[in-house]
Design a protein around this ligand. Structure first.
Ligand code: ADP
Ligand code: ZN
Ligand code: MG
Length: 650
């Protein structure tokens, strides 16, 4: 029921494959209690080691000298080794014992005082060993040294604990940047890993050249841009491109995300920035990459909330650092954003992020190349035609194409197949677009009927209005959050949308609502997402694209607390225009559905029966009801060729 707009990020973004090493992993240790347990364990370990070594000076099995004398007299002892004051006795029965004597007296004298005769003593082999200097000193000093070492260790460990657990009191000024070492081949990304984005790559090649041989540029007095900002929709490969620049140039890559700056206390972000720049300068030539810079780089001085102070300070610090670069600095700062419109103009001034690189969504050929890159390590079946998949995925970003290949592989693996088939990939397109099918989500008879009419409403209006996109597939099997869906795909890749297209789009999206209202004389919560989408679209038409005849070609900007680019009066006029656009679209959708009521019934009936209708079946129903289906010029009659262009689902 609810449409999923393909212009918005769909599906999951793939998890970042490369594992980046923590620059300061050592300090960001485990929890406080984890540390406590470790401390105690280490303490116990050291204690036992200590007592063991200390014990070496005091053998515990000593027998008294009187016993030694008695045993010698009795002729039981075969040998005695004397080592300082220590005696090691070996008996004829192979047992060994130890004892001690007065260090100043010799063994024969000592035994003589116990009444051992020289004749009895002569039967015993006596060896005298001198204690080596090292052994002596070791045994004497070990207890003291170990105690000192242990105390030192304890002290160090406890201070470390304070750092780790004590509210990060000592660490939070330090940069949380991750660094990718150029020597680490497993993490290396190069331009060969990126398909499409030709202009962006070309632009960035200059930076690669500079980082590779900065001297060449500096000698001739050339100034290389310090700041490059990558702009593009989510998943278009901005982060990937930045990493590839580092990979191509073979320089360290320091990366941090704008959202990580915004944490806790005022001043933290700023000191992190300082730290990060310091690290990078030491490692120069190097790249600093600030991902999602819009999180800190939004227009300043608009908000009222406390968090803004922190953002501003962080942003100011970035600007200060960039302004403070020497002309000979070999550090290039890159940043990425998908909201260039909200960036503070100060960031874009000359000498800062003055180089802008835009990355577009991939076109059909780029999509095919991206699919090829991600198919590299995946065995594809003989029937796989990536060109067809590329044709069917207009509007997909690189990240979504990556997920698509991955979903295909998962489907094949789940069936224990060794190769990915075309059918796996086709099914993955819808999965990435809409989320997985939920066959378990059972609709009641009434709900099913309602959903069928709702989707039929979308499909019918799309087929009649000249500027709406042709219907590709209709289904009342729920997917993700949608109870059903109508998949519309334009024939061409669209770079620009016109006013007429928007108006027909809004009418088609309202088709579901209108059908529900007309048939059941009631409206459900089902179309709530449809309504949110068209309201946002209508508002953009009026306030961003200048598509309102009444208000004219003015881009009004965003209105927020403390930021009022236009008056209350204009705000009211915008609201009125939005309502007007939607009312008009609703009237047109109503007219279409009233005029083609039999077609609507036929589509809904087929949907209730089959649950999913593909384009060919759908067009048959249209023809039976006297409606001419939309055709792509080069399309031969009847054959379904998947249309290309940016997709739309309603
Ligand atoms: P962004 O930073 O623009 O949101 P990412 O750079 O994080 O996008 O891209 C996410 C993933 O999508 C990448 O890791 C890569 O697997 C894939 N991807 C995106 N664009 C491309 C491309 N042009 N060529 C190959 N893979 C791409
Ligand atoms: Zn809908
Ligand atoms: Mg990114």
């Amino acid at each position: 029921m609810a449409p999923v707009s393909p212009k918005k990020p769909r599906g999951k973004k793939p998890a970042k494959p490369p594992v980046r090493r923590g620059w300061r992993g050592l300090l960001g240790g485990p929890s406080f209690f984890g540390n406590l347990v470790t401390t105690i364990l280490i303490f116990l370990l050291l204690m036992s080691a200590y007592s063991l070594i200390a014990g070496m000076t005091q053998p515990s099995t000593d027998i008294p000298l009187s016993t030694v004398a008695a045993d010698v007299a009795a002729g039981k002892v075969s040998a005695i080794t004397v080592n300082g004051d220590q005696l090691s006795l070996t008996y004829f029965d192979q047992t060994t014992k130890t004892s001690r004597k007065d260090p100043s007296a010799g063994l024969p004298e000592t035994l003589a005082t116990y009444g051992v005769t020289p004749a009895e003593l002569a039967k015993v082999a006596i060896t005298v060993q001198g204690q080596s200097g090292f052994q002596f000193w070791f045994l004497t000093l070990a207890p003291t040294v170990l105690t000192l070492l242990f105390l030192g260790f304890l002290f160090w460990f406890l201070t470390r604990q304070v750092k780790g657990a004590g509210m990060q009191a000592f660490t939070f000024g330090q940069s949380k940047a991750r660094v990718t070492d150029p020597a680490d081949v497993s993490q290396r990304v190069t331009f060969a890993d990126i398909a499409g984005a030709r202009e962006a790559k070309e632009e960035l090649l200059e930076i690669v050249d500079f980082l590779k041989s900065p001297k060449k540029f500096l000698d001739i007095g050339a100034r290389i841009p310090k700041g490059i900002i990558l702009m593009g929709a989510p998943g278009t490969g901005k982060t990937l491109l930045a990493r590839a620049v580092a990979g191509e140039a073979g320089v360290p890559f320091f990366s941090i995300s704008g959202s990580e700056f915004v944490e806790m206390f005022v001043g933290v972000g700023a000191s992190r920035v300082r730290d990060l720049f310091q690290l990078a300068k030491k490692a120069a030539p190097a790249i600093i990459f600030v991902d999602e810079i819009d999180a800190v780089g939004r227009v300043r001085g608009t908000g009222v909330g406390g968090g803004n102070d922190e953002r501003e300070q962080t942003l100011n610090q970035i600007l200060v650092e960039m302004d403070g670069f020497e002309p000979t600095e070999k550090v290039v700062v890159m940043a990425a954003t998908n909201r260039p419109d909200v960036l503070d103009p100060a960031l874009l001034r000359p000498g800062r992020f003055d180089r802008r690189v835009t990355i577009d969504l991939p076109d059909r050929r780029d999509r095919e190349d991206i699919l090829k890159i991600h198919a590299r390590k995946k065995p594809l079946g003989p029937d796989v035609a990536l060109a067809v998949i590329a044709e069917r995925t207009p509007g997909f970003s690189g990240a979504e194409l990556y997920s698509l290949m991955n979903e295909g592989a998962i489907l094949a693996a789940r069936d224990s197949r060794k190769e990915i088939t075309q059918y796996d990939l086709i099914r993955s397109i819808e999965k990435v677009m809409l989320g997985p099918e939920r066959k378990s989500h059972l609709l009641s008879k009434k709900e099913k009927e309602l959903t069928a009419y709702h989707e039929a409403g979308h499909a019918l209006v799309s087929s009649i209005l000249p500027n709406a996109d042709p219907v590709h597939k209709i289904s009342i099997i729920s997917r993700g959050r949608a109870a059903g869906y109508t998949l519309k795909l334009p024939f061409e890749d669209k770079k620009m949308q016109s006013r007429k297209q928007f108006l027909d789009d809004i009418a088609a999206t309202l088709g579901g609502y209108v059908a529900e209202e007309m048939l059941f004389d009631d409206v459900t919560t089902g179309p709530s997402n449809d309504l949110a989408v068209i309201t946002a679209l209508a508002r953009d038409m009026v306030s961003r694209y200048g598509m309102s005849k009444k208000l004219g070609p003015i881009a009004f900007g965003e209105r927020a607390l403390g930021n009022e680019p236009y008056s209350e009066r204009v705000a009211a006029e915008i609201d009125a225009e939005v309502s007007h656009i939607i009312d008009e679209a609703k009237a047109r959708a109503t007219k279409v559905i009233e005029e083609h009521r039999t077609a609507l019934d036929a589509i809904a009936k087929e949907l209730i029966e089959k649950e999913t209708i593909e384009r060919a079946e759908f067009e048959k129903i249209l023809i039976l009801n006297g409606i001419v289906p939309k055709k792509k010029e080069e399309e031969e009659g009847g054959v379904v060729i998947a249309p290309s262009g940016s997709g739309h689902i309603a």
